[in-house]
Design a protein around this ligand. Structure first.
Ligand SMILES: CC(C)(COP(=O)(O)OP(=O)(O)OC[C@H]1O[C@@H](n2cnc3c(N)ncnc32)[C@H](O)[C@@H]1OP(=O)(O)O)[C@@H](O)C(=O)NCCC(=O)NCCS
Length: 169
């Protein structure tokens, strides 16, 4: 990573996405071709990391979703009302450029996403994280998310737990 100031901001037209490569072509393509449209249509909120304000070196997306009560692991479902579905926040995509891989940016992006999610005034019971493959899955597990059985490879972690992680009330 170069020594500029790391900024994580909503994706804007001034951000250069063309050179971004995380090793997963579908994610690179998403950032190049789809993320801007998703933002304009309010389907997902993409956030990008830069050190020069321009070249994207990492990104993630947040959107509202819901999760079935029966999908929540018993240990995380204590004292919940019997609503059939619960509000959740989807961290749909998370990727760092290969040039900065392993430098801590993945975790920084994850903490930034958690911070934005717990700050929201709209209730969300849990964060949902979809992993692309087993390698991404081990990243999610290391970060304290609980894997749900079945496919896609999906992880969850309660928002009150995440709030404590980032020191939010
Ligand atoms: C997953 C990803 C975002 C991690 O980004 P990163 O910048 O390498 O992550 P960090 O440098 O912040 O690493 C954070 C911790 O996770 C670990 N980690 C990172 N990638 C890992 C992987 N694939 N498997 C296991 N552990 C991993 C790191 O070793 C580090 O742990 P440590 O602090 O104990 O050493 C990145 O590998 C990526 O973009 N992958 C391709 C896209 C993808 O699969 N996205 C889905 C993610 S859910």
């Amino acid at each position: 990573m170069d020594r500029g100031i790391l900024r994580i901001q909503p994706l804007a037209t001034t951000h250069d996405r063309l050179g971004f490569s995380c090793g997963v072509p579908a994610l690179d393509r998403y950032l190049r071709e789809q993320a801007g449209q998703d933002a304009r249509r309010r389907v997902a909120a993409p956030f990008v990391a830069t050190t020069d304000g321009v070249r994207v070196i990492g990104f993630y997306t947040l959107s509202a979703t819901s999760i079935e009560l029966s999908d929540i692991p018993p240990a995380q479902a204590r004292k919940l009302p019997r609503y059939p579905r619960l509000p959740a926040t989807l961290l749909g995509r998370l990727a760092t450029d290969l040039s900065v891989r392993g430098t801590g940016l993945g975790r920084v992006l994850l903490v930034d996403a958690i911070t934005r999610a717990v700050r929201s005034e709209i209730a969300s019971f849990t964060m949902v994280l979809d992993a692309k493959d087993e390698s991404a899955a081990s990243f999610c597990a290391r970060e304290g998310f609980i894997r749900l059985p079945g496919t896609p490879i999906r992880f969850v972690r309660r928002m009150d737990d995440l709030a404590a992680v980032v020191g939010a009330p």
